[in-house]
Ligand binder design. Structure first.
Ligand code: SF4
Length: 465
């Protein structure tokens, strides 16, 4: 049996960036009997119960949140959709996009199973397990996690990544943002499963009693910090990838009431002298945040430790459209509110904007627009990520197929020099990038912008000296 994030996202024929290759489902390649996708608790329990009741491997077929090999004794689900096969995709890249979109439409708990021929046998992928209820989330997060490095790894020293999460609290899981480059939709789902306020505060109390607690909770959040307790008002969620893009769905209850109540409880915990700080370090979805003045006030006044991460991802609306992100104007609205509330609170604090270079659909002209904006505002972003096509995201389907979800041909910066240029345009202020930028902008006769960049790069050079 295989599971976890890697297996989960490689459940179907997928693209592997490291090997630059379209690969069969990892279920086929690994020769496992069953694959658990998503967060897995319900599927693992059902598998365990069935095995201890004496079921054979073949009798595990059909459990939600799993994928399995179709054999004589484990037939296809009663109702399913057949995706383009691995062989068909290999001979026509555009079918990669078609397979992705057909799967996305069915990948929710009330959706439909899919079947895909891998060349070495067919597999069935069941719809995801239902989301956990509040009581189940509370029970899960009340388990005695040690928050320590696993004993087997201790000989190699401490795990550095643990440090940033050791005193963090997960309030919920799932994300309905549906950004094209993100696979959370396919792993955690878009329905939000939240813990109760009481259960979260209990964990806070428990953490503050630890000997190694120094008074700071590093993060209170989830995949998107401010989606806590938000939900769809309809009984059954739909197949739309995002509940907030291109517009906020009328069925979405995006009130911050419960989130604000939780934040106030955390403040009471702090005021009672049990901790010094509690921060929000998870990403904040700014198009939702600007809808509540009270949330913005409490966030800026009490929960920002000098810097707050936000992800406008780009400036060009053309690129933002491919990313499934709101228009840049909304980020500016958030930025204004953030600055205003920080000033009112008497705090000097900054936004840390995240950007992606070379996203599918992003032309060099789009990248230049972003550079022009950054230069004009004197923003020097440190957080620039070159696009990495992770399995099972819409952006990866664009990267592989060369088309968008409407089957229109798109430009994608591929190959190291094309990618380097877009990355350099975003980190324009670094002297090491000046050569590549200069060559490009001179060719385009953008001398004014080039001169501005040269000044910034020179300034950085002097500072380093
Ligand atoms: S109906 Fe609206 S709020 Fe509900 S799942 Fe669909 S898009 Fe989201």
């Amino acid at each position: 049996m295989i599971g976890g994030l890697e297996a989960s996202l490689r459940r179907l024929t997928h693209y592997d960036y490291v090997e630059d290759k379209i690969k069969k489902s990892i279920l086929t390649d690994s020769k496992a009997d069953i694959l658990v996708h998503g967060m897995g608790e319900l599927a693992v329990c059902e598998i365990a119960e069935k095995l201890s009741a004496g079921c054979t491997i073949d009798q595990l077929a059909g459990i939600p949140g799993t994928a399995y090999n179709l054999r004589k004794n484990s037939p296809a689900p009663e109702k399913f959709f057949e995706l383009p096969s691995c062989r068909q995709i290999l001979s026509d890249n555009k079918l990669f996009m078609q397979a992705h979109l057909e799967y996305q439409k069915r990948c929710f708990p009330e959706g439909e199973a899919v079947v895909q021929d891998q060349g070495a046998g067919r597999i069935a992928v069941m719809p995801p397990s239902r989301p956990l209820s509040e009581a189940e989330m509370d029970r899960l997060y009340s388990l005695p996690f040690t928050r320590e490095t696993h004993p087997d790894c201790r000989k190699e020293g401490e795990v550095p990544a643990l440090e940033s999460v050791k005193f963090s609290i997960t309030t919920h899981r799932g994300c309905f943002g549906g950004c094209s480059f993100c696979s959370i939709y396919f792993h955690q789902g878009k329905e939000i499963s939240s813990r109760s306020e009481g259960n979260i505060i209990k964990e806070l109390e428990k953490l503050s009693k630890r000997k190694d607690f120094k008074g700071t909770i590093q993060d209170i959040g989830g995949p998107t910090a401010n989606m806590y307790a938000m939900k769809c008002r309809k009984q059954k969620i739909c197949s739309r990838q995002s509940c907030i893009y291109p517009n906020i769905c009328k069925h979405l209850d995006c009130s911050c009431e419960k989130l604000i109540s939780l934040m106030k409880s955390v403040l009471r915990w702090k005021k009672a002298g049990r901790g010094r700080n509690a921060f929000v370090a998870s990403g904040v979805r700014y198009d939702l945040a600007v809808k509540s003045d009270e949330y913005m006030r409490i966030l800026c006044k009490e929960f920002v430790g000098g810097h707050l991460k936000v992800a406008p991802e780009h400036f060009s609306n053309n690129t933002l459209k491919y990313m499934g992100k709101p228009r840049f104007g909304l980020f500016e609205k958030f930025e204004n509110k953030f600055n205003e509330e920080s000033r009112k609170a008497g705090k000097e604090q900054y936004l840390v904007p995240y950007f992606i270079s070379s996203h599918p659909g992003c032309t060099n002209e789009d990248a230049e627009k972003l550079t022009e904006h950054l230069v004009s505002k004197n923003i020097m972003p440190r957080q620039v990520q070159d696009f990495t096509p992770s399995p099972l995201s819409l952006s990866t389907a664009m990267f592989v197929s060369g088309i968008d979800k409407n089957c229109n041909k798109i430009f994608t910066a591929k190959g190291s020099s094309a990618k380097k240029l877009q990355f350099a345009l975003l980190r324009y202020y670094e002297p090491k990038h000046f050569g590549i930028i200069s060559k490009h902008l001179s060719r385009k006769r953008k001398f004014r912008l080039l001169e501005q960049i040269r000044k910034k790069a020179d300034y950085q050079k002097k500072r380093k000296r």
